[in-house]
Write a protein that binds this ligand. Structure first.
Ligand SMILES: Nc1ncnc2c1ncn2[C@@H]1O[C@H](COP(=O)(O)OP(=O)(O)O)[C@@H](O)[C@H]1O
Ligand SMILES: O=P(O)(O)OC[C@H]1O[C@](O)(COP(=O)(O)O)[C@@H](O)[C@@H]1O
Length: 535
């Protein structure tokens, strides 16, 4: 495995405060970044943190300090020293009677205390601070403080709503819930008192800031009425084209006070870069993100919006595969789902369905041939059950089908993978001559659907909390659900690497146990302990 390369100034060990892990050029921030931690405002410390590059095969987990031993908070930067404090418009009725969140409120970033590293699913127990010199390179343990900032409406705000100009942009691939978030942002901004005409929707992603063909549109409560009922994004989205200096020029020119970015790892890297450029150029604009990823690959947060909808929608394809495969002699139903480097949709959709026999994800390598290989197992399933349902993530098996070949990248720098679905169908056909193989690829159908109720609520709360964050004067900050509580997190912390399924974790283990699936490579688990050992 490739070793990390370090950049930035000489490093001293950091007891708290995350290090920035970069994935190749895509997340290259250049200089070392800074983040702040504090127990109290007076004790606020600024720590220089270094830049580290890991391979995208590395699993990143957080070594969170124990809440009973530390008061340290993972702080977000603020613009407060440049702004005038003023009372929230809801002070008069104590926020409709619900009260306000204090800046001193905090949420524990970890709700687990493992007895030891041998507890099921334990990660980073007793891990020394990150880096490649310590620990394995399979998992990087990034140290984090015990607490995060609690999200929500503050009693003191730092922008005058009547004079506030706002921009909203959606970036990257589609995901259910984009319209819900846009609607939630606009409604909450108007609730604060931002006037009609002051909220701009940027068209087709970041490039909409400066592409003359796509002028921004004005968003009002009326414009966003009912948009949550449709999939996609009314603003449009795109990959690539994030010219940060041009974007900051427009932010300055249009006197934008708040920018809301609805994006994934890439869009958030862009948001972090915009925040740094604003800082450098002396432009006072609060940059807040709502983390979006259908792959569910944002670190630290419980899940991304739209993920539950995607899992739900995937059921239709999996059920079709079940029906097709059971209706044929030696039927194999093969479903490919999205997931470039993270197999969350495939794993959870397989688990939910109760009909999947084989689940393949990018995080878990497999061999096709040999006594412990995939085909030997499918043979056994066909013999015993008469049919086989397989669910495969788009990033699975790339080490076999793309071995030695070069990956092109899309406009945002994401690898364009070899298409595992048709490849797997071909391999199955060649091996199982008399099997009836039906292949289903519902990828874009899944990402373009409107949200189910749970996601609809999640999107609203994320959007509302994003608006509260901006009015509270935070910047460079994202909103996420952590252990079921809403938290403000510094953007660089959650985009250090894509979040991945832990092959040794409980969720993957639970799936394997429930579908009775072995690993398809030699493994160090004793034979008698394997869930299923093909002869
Ligand atoms: N490291 C980066 N710095 C600045 N902008 C970036 C970076 N990575 C991606 N972007 C921009 O963010 C936008 C969305 O990125 P992309 O990877 O396509 O989707 P997502 O936000 O869903 O991960 C694109 O316009 C892309 O150019
Ligand atoms: O064809 P597109 O639009 O480039 O998208 C394909 C990719 O987008 C995703 O749906 C999500 O990607 P992002 O999070 O980068 O937007 C991946 O699962 C998939 O590999």
């Amino acid at each position: 495995m490739r070793q990390p390369t370090l950049s930035g100034p000489p490093v001293r060990p950091l007891p708290v405060c995350a290090s920035i892990v970069q994935l190749g050029q895509r997340y290259l921030h250049g200089a070392a970044l800074r983040c702040q931690t504090a127990t109290t405002k007076s004790a606020r410390r600024t720590l220089t943190i270094r830049s580290v590059t890991y391979t995208d095969k590395t699993l990143t987990a957080f070594a969170v300090e124990s809440p009973d031993q530390s008061d340290e908070v993972l702080e977000c930067p603020t613009l407060r020293d440049k702004l005038e404090p003023r009372p929230s418009p809801w002070v008069i009725n104590n926020n409709l009677g619900g009260g306000f969140v204090s800046d001193e409120d905090k949420v524990a970033l970890s709700s687990m205390k493992f007895a030891s590293g041998s507890s099921a699913g334990a990660t980073c127990v007793g891990a020394p601070a990150l880096d490649g010199e310590n620990g394995t390179m399979d998992q990087v343990c990034v140290p984090l403080p015990a607490w995060g900032i609690r999200a929500g409406a503050r009693e003191t705000i730092y922008f005058n709503p009547a004079d506030t100009n706002v921009a909203i942009v959606t970036c990257g691939g589609l995901c259910p819930g984009l319209n819900d978030v846009v609607q939630g942002l606009v409604r909450k901004l108007e609730d604060y008192g931002v006037p009609d005409g002051n909220i701009l929707g940027i068209r087709y992603g970041y490039k909409g800031f400066y592409d003359r063909r796509h002028k921004p549109v004005v968003l009002t409560r009326k414009v966003v009425e009912g948009i949550q009922l449709a999939g996609g994004t009314i603003l449009g989205t795109s990959r690539g084209g994030a010219d940060i200096r041009e974007i900051v020029k427009r932010i300055d020119m249009w006197a934008i006070d708040m920018l809301f970015v609805v994006g994934g790892n890439g869009g958030n890297a862009g948001a972090a870069a915009i925040q740094r450029e604003c800082d450098k150029a002396g432009v006072t604009c609060s940059i807040i993100s709502a983390p979006k990823s259908i792959d569910n690959d944002i670190l630290l947060i419980d899940k991304c919006f739209g993920f539950d909808t995607a899992v739900e929608e995937a059921q239709r394809a999996i059920m079709a595969a079940k029906v097709e495969s059971t209706s044929a002699y030696k039927g194999i139903g093969l479903v490919k789902l999205m997931g470039r480097q993270s197999g969350f949709i495939t794993m959870q959709a397989s688990m939910a369905s109760g009909v999947v026999d084989v689940c393949l994800i990018p995080e878990v390598p497999f061999a096709l041939k040999g006594s412990k290989g995939l085909f030997a197992y499918v043979e056994k399933v066909l013999e015993e059950r008469g049919h086989c349902v397989m669910c495969i993530a788009e990033g699975a098996g790339q080490d076999i089908l793309a071995a030695g070949s070069h990956h092109d990248t899309d406009l945002s720098g994401n690898p364009i993978l070899k298409d595992v679905g048709p490849w797997m169908r071909g391999e199955l056909k060649a091996h199982f001559k008399d099997a009836d193989i039906k292949y289903i690829d519902p990828s874009y159908m899944i990402r373009s659907t409107p949200t189910i109720s749970a996601d609809r609520i999640y999107c609203k709360v994320l959007a509302h909390n994003a608006v509260h964050a901006a009015f509270a004067g935070y910047t460079g900050c994202t909103v996420g659900l952590v252990n079921t509580h809403y938290v403000y997190l510094p953007i660089p912390v959650v985009i250090q690497a894509p979040r991945k399924v832990d092959p040794k974790g409980k969720t993957w283990n639970r799936l394997r146990a429930s579908i009775g699936m072995p690993n398809f490579v030699e493994e160090d688990i004793p034979a008698e302990c394997r869930v299923y050992a093909p002869a």
